[in-house]
Design a protein around this ligand. Structure first.
Ligand code: MN
Length: 301
């Protein structure tokens, strides 16, 4: 990954600071190799850096440069709640809410549907009725099993079921969605607006959640959420909360910001969360400031 970004940088250094033009030229060079997987992540990262820099040269927050304005956003705590069983999940869920959130996400995909249902019930009992509760299967089920689970979870008070089947099995997603009373969420593994168009055409989901680092950075995000706006598809973010906060501010169908604190060890700034709300970091660009010593310490060589 580091090698790819370094290699791609040779195509960028010295070019005009024009993210669209640079995206076009990198895509052309990747025509045969493809822009999925590591190449897609390198492309996305460079695009994010270019937009961040463009906003900084104008002295504007990224959301403002993109034609919007920073605003308060609903945010959910996406930390923890792995496959840890009902008792531990219930205890951990309480702690996650106590950090200032009113929405959390539980990972499912236990050996049986009954266990999934038990975990959701335990978490719900622990956090009460007012907390929004999302769930994530991380692509772990077959379409048949996902249909069984969606039906079993029908009365579970979940607000969404995420990635029940393989990420690009859009028809499979649609089959699960057809029997599910709970909205289907997906999108974190889509590589660019072309994939998004296919997912929407297949009726794969009720909600969509692009990952800025896979969808093609700011450029890919803006093109993808334009498709979502046209069909009224609610858009949540996946990872990169500091950056995604700006992007949701310019997303007409904005839904939820996913919060994790995984970058905090290398950041000098951190997002403020209270009463289930947050806003983009202040300052020009995305507002990210690195803790240079920590970056040095953790850098891949
Ligand atoms: Mn997920």
């Amino acid at each position: 990954m580091t090698a790819l970004v370094t290699d791609f940088s040779e195509w960028v250094i010295g070019a005009e600071l024009s993210p669209f033009s640079i995206e076009e030229s990198i895509q052309k060079r990747l025509r045969l190799l493809g822009s999925q997987g590591l190449t897609g992540m390198a492309l996305s990262g460079i695009d994010m850096a270019l937009w961040d820099l463009l906003a900084k040269t104008q002295g504007l927050p990224l959301a403002t440069l993109l034609g919007g304005q920073p605003m308060e956003l609903p945010v959910y705590n996406s930390k923890g709640l792995g496959i840890i069983g009902p008792q531990m999940a219930a205890a951990e869920a309480k702690g996650l809410v106590a950090e200032g959130f009113d929405a959390i996400k539980v990972r499912l995909g236990y050996p049986t549907a009954k266990e999934d249902v038990a975990v959701v019930a335990a978490v719900r009992a622990a956090v009460g009725d007012e907390v929004r509760l999302f769930s994530d299967y991380n692509q772990s089920l077959s379409v048949t099993e996902a249909r069984v689970r969606a039906i079993a979870l029908k009365d579970s008070t979940l607000d969404w079921i995420e990635e029940p089947v393989h990420f690009d099995d859009y028809d499979g997603h649609a089959e699960v969605r057809a029997v599910s009373d709970i909205p289907i969420q997906t999108g974190e593994n889509c590589w660019g607006p072309h994939e998004v168009a296919k997912a929407f055409k297949a009726g794969a989901c009720d909600y969509f959640m692009p990952d800025a680092g896979k969808i093609g950075g700011v450029t890919g995000w803006m093109r993808s959420v334009a498709l979502a706006e046209a069909i009224g598809m609610p858009i949540s973010s996946h990872l990169y909360p500091e950056f995604s906060a700006h992007l949701l501010c310019v997303t007409p169908t904005r839904h939820w910001l996913e919060y994790v604190d995984w970058a905090e060890p290398i950041l000098a700034t951190s997002m403020q969360i209270s009463n289930g709300k947050t806003q983009p970091l202040e300052g020009p660009g995305a507002g990210l400031e690195w803790d240079e010593k920590a970056v040095e310490k953790y850098a891949f060589r």
